[in-house]
Design a protein. Structure first.
Length: 260
């Protein structure tokens, strides 16, 4: 299937590894021109080179902190009129809410709620004027099924979800579609680090924790980031113009509900 995004301009945040990298690679395979961002310059440049070599796509790497005004300004200077925006940022640490300060909460909300909103605000009017726009926010399965140890992530991402639910309906008539992707257990550094923390707290090995995740998931496995990237590319396609304000849960069936 031709997704119709060849030549479109895309910004992908936190794209040096994991789900962000998978989304960037999938968009590049469809012919999109990329601006990718992450904090670590070396890993980001390696990813940019790999995407170019694999797909032949144009890839501009902008290293910096997307949660800062300077980081966002640098990315938007490299791609001031994107057709596609994939919002992504690392989640806040796990722990007990009793130990989190106001500063911890503000940092989580800034990264996982206010930063995506700031980027949407910067690009949405241009998308409306051009009569095409796709915004995908990578949030978390915890939006539907909160994870007790990830309280800051639960709260910040749920706040973004509520905001998107209202805005998406306002701009859909202009062929601008905003949706969220909610990853469950995908084989990423985030999953490994969470497993390590849980293993330490429970007196088990990381391997035992990971095996439990596999055993208890209806799909019998954890997700491959590549399949997440393909789903993102479809939501960014010309064929997704009637998908508005939705929360696409990719968790292997872990969330048990008749209505998704």
């Amino acid at each position: 299937m031709d997704l119709g995004i060849g030549g479109k301009r895309a910004i992908v945040c936190a794209a040096s590894k994991g789900l962000g990298r998978a989304c960037a690679m999938a968009l590049a395979r469809e012919g999109a021109a990329l601006v990718i961002n992450a904090r670590g310059e070396a890993a980001l440049e390696e990813t940019a080179a790999a995407i170019r070599a694999t797909t032949g796509a144009s890839v501009t790497a902008i290293a910096g902190d997307i949660t800062s005004e300077a980081g966002r300004a640098a990315v938007l200077a490299a791609c001031p009129e994107p057709d596609i925006l994939v919002n992504n940022a690392g989640g806040p640490p796990a722990g007990d809410f009793r130990n989190w300060s106001r500063e911890d909460w503000i940092k989580a909300i800034d990264a996982n709620m206010l930063t995506p909103i700031a980027l949407i605000r910067a690009v949405i009017d241009g998308m409306i004027a051009r009569r095409f726009g796709r915004v995908v926010n990578i949030t978390s399965a915890s939006v539907k099924s909160p994870i007790p140890s990830l309280g800051m992530s639960n709260g910040a991402r749920a706040g973004l979800t509520g905001f998107v639910g209202g805005l998406a309906r306002q701009v859909a008539r202009h062929n601008v579609c905003i949706n969220n992707m909610l990853p469950g257990p995908f084989l990423t550094d985030r999953l490994r680090s969470n497993a390590a923390e849980l293993a330490q707290a429970s007196g088990r090995t990381v391997e035992q924790v990971m095996q439990e995740r596999v055993r208890t998931n209806p799909a019998g496995r954890v997700g491959d980031p590549e399949e997440f990237g393909f789903a993102c590319a479809f939501l960014c396609s010309t064929h997704a113009g009637f998908i508005v304000g939705q929360n696409l849960l990719l968790d292997g069936g872990a969330f048990n509900s008749s209505m998704g």
